[in-house]
Design a protein around this ligand. Structure first.
Ligand code: ZN
Length: 113
């Protein structure tokens, strides 16, 4: 499971960070997850709850901030939200575009004490 690997790394980084600052336990983890990241937030929560036992984060909460996708058309200079059918620009129908937001998958911050 993809999400389990992500949570494994997140927990590792969080523990290392807390330990360096003499933290005793992790209280909260904040993740930012884009809608185009290919990761399902519910699956992350599930993996987190299964994997946090035996770590410094065993009583921690996982807070997920969802980032919706947004594209930019280089020709029309507009920003738009892609729909599920495609990424093409809704104004010109062109493909000279880039995905600006939505691919995020990052650990934003950690609360520990
Ligand atoms: Zn366009």
């Amino acid at each position: 499971m993809h999400e389990a690997g992500i949570i494994y790394n997140v927990l590792k980084v969080a523990e290392e960070t807390a330990r360096k600052q003499n933290g005793q336990k992790i209280l909260k983890l904040y993740l930012r997850v884009g809608s185009m990241s290919g990761v399902i937030p519910e699956a992350l929560q599930f993996a987190f709850e299964a994997m946090r036992t035996d770590t410094m984060a065993k009583e921690a909460q996982l807070k997920i901030e969802n980032v919706s996708a947004s594209c930019w058309c280089e020709d029309c200079k507009i920003e738009y939200v892609p729909d599920e059918l495609g990424f093409l620009c809704p104004k010109c129908g062109g493909g000279n575009i880039k995905l600006q937001k939505g691919r995020e998958l990052e650990l934003v911050s950690i609360d520990y004490c």
